[in-house]
Ligand binder design. Structure first.
Ligand code: TYD
Length: 198
């Protein structure tokens, strides 16, 4: 197997869309095909990431004031992992990116400006889940996990992803079907055979 060039593949979607499961399955498949892979998660486990997770549980987390604070913190947290994106031999699979900030905080210029040092993804996989299913899959611990908010987030996503090289994957299907759709979307980008996917 030839060494692949660096690829930064980002998984996006509303809460409960199955990103972490699909990243794990894709990672195993790419590694079985001889590729070097690293998986990243945002928010990270840094001190800033821990603070973010606390703030996500505040009852005022969706207010404009706290969302602005979160926008700043997510951008800072993200900068801490940008050095991982300089390895030109690996495929990086990331659970979220600055696209989440545009969808969840605000699809606005100040978020773009704040994230101008964040690397742009080579490919965005949008796991498209029904909002009602999303809410039923989440714990409700985070203030964001409610139908009205996630409906707006999903609307934002469907607009924003048009600015990126993206594939929409129906995440309402079972894990195996979603996984094979993900592999098909990624295969040609990393030099693997689309027809070899089971
Ligand atoms: P997490 O527990 O990882 O949710 P999930 O596993 O469902 O993705 O928490 C991440 C939460 O943070 C999720 O609700 C999305 C939100 N988020 C933002 O609002 N802005 C961002 O920039 C990022 C990266 C995440």
């Amino acid at each position: 197997m030839n060494k692949t060039n660096f690829m930064y593949i980002v998984f996006e979607g509303i809460d409960g869309a199955g990103k972490s499961t699909q990243i794990q399955l894709l990672k195993e498949w790419l590694e079985a095909n001889g590729l070097e892979v690293e998986a990243l998660v945002e928010p990270t486990d840094s001190e800033i990431g821990k603070l973010i997770r606390k703030i996500l549980q505040r009852s005022d987390a969706t207010t404009d004031r706290v969302q602005k604070t979160l926008g700043l913190l997510f951008a800072a947290d993200r900068m801490l992992i940008m050095d991982k994106l300089s390895d030109d031999k690996k495929v990086i699979l990331s659970d979220r990116s600055f696209i989440s900030s545009l969808a969840y905080q605000e699809p606005a210029d100040w978020i773009v400006e704040l994230n101008k040092y964040a690397k742009k993804p080579d490919l965005v996989l949008f796991l498209d889940l029904d909002v009602k299913t999303s809410v039923s899959r989440t714990t409700g611990e985070d203030e964001f996990e409610n139908e009205e908010f996630l409906t707006q987030v999903k609307t934002n996503y469907l607009e924003i992803i048009n600015d990126f090289n993206h594939v929409i994957i129906d995440a309402n299907n079972g894990i195996n079907k979603v996984s094979s759709d993900v592999k098909k979307a990624v295969a040609s980008h990393v030099g693997l055979c689309k027809d070899c996917i089971l």
